[in-house]
Design a protein around this ligand. Structure first.
Ligand SMILES: [Zn+2]
Length: 154
């Protein structure tokens, strides 16, 4: 890697740092509840534990399998992290592009879709981009049968 490429990578991490700090706080709570951490493709993935079990059992629209905050991805389980990796890493790239603007833009996109009578999550611009770029995982990697794993970019 050239020094210019290293500098560009450092700037992406720095630009996403406020969001990564939020992710780290959530990650610390997850780790305290028994989750495990690993680094995959430049992002810190934290999965499992009691917090993950709780997240996957939340009612209806509040249930999720993974959430990405900057360079930190917190998943309900290792299986959900495996199944959602390509989608969540699209969100990591979005944080690298938009930095501190990402969460307000993500929320704004959801509100705009809601105002248009569309689905605030699935029709969110950032989610549409992430779904469009998602590599399909083999069915055995899915942790919850035929129900699509739910995840959040913000
Ligand atoms: Zn997403």
């Amino acid at each position: 890697m050239t020094s210019a490429a290293k500098a560009a990578r450092s700037l992406r991490y720095l630009w996403a740092l406020p969001n990564s700090a939020l992710g780290a706080m959530l990650g610390i709570v997850a780790l305290a509840c028994g989750a495990r951490a690993r680094i995959v493709d430049g992002a810190l993935e934290i999965g499992g534990g009691r917090l993950g079990t709780l997240a996957s059992r939340l009612p209806g629209s509040r249930r999720f399998s993974a959430i990405t905050l900057g360079h930190v991805i917190v998943g309900a389980s290792d299986a959900s992290l495996d199944a959602l990796r390509s989608h969540e890493h699209v969100h990591v790239r979005q944080y690298e592009r938009w930095g501190p603007l990402f969460l307000p833009l993500y929320l704004g996109s959801s509100l705009l879709q809601l105002a248009r009578g569309r689905r605030p999550y699935r029709d969110n611009r950032f989610e549409r981009d992430a779904y469009a770029s998602t590599v399909r995982q083999p069915p055995r990697a899915r942790h919850d049968g035929d129900r699509a794993p739910r995840h959040e970019g913000g």
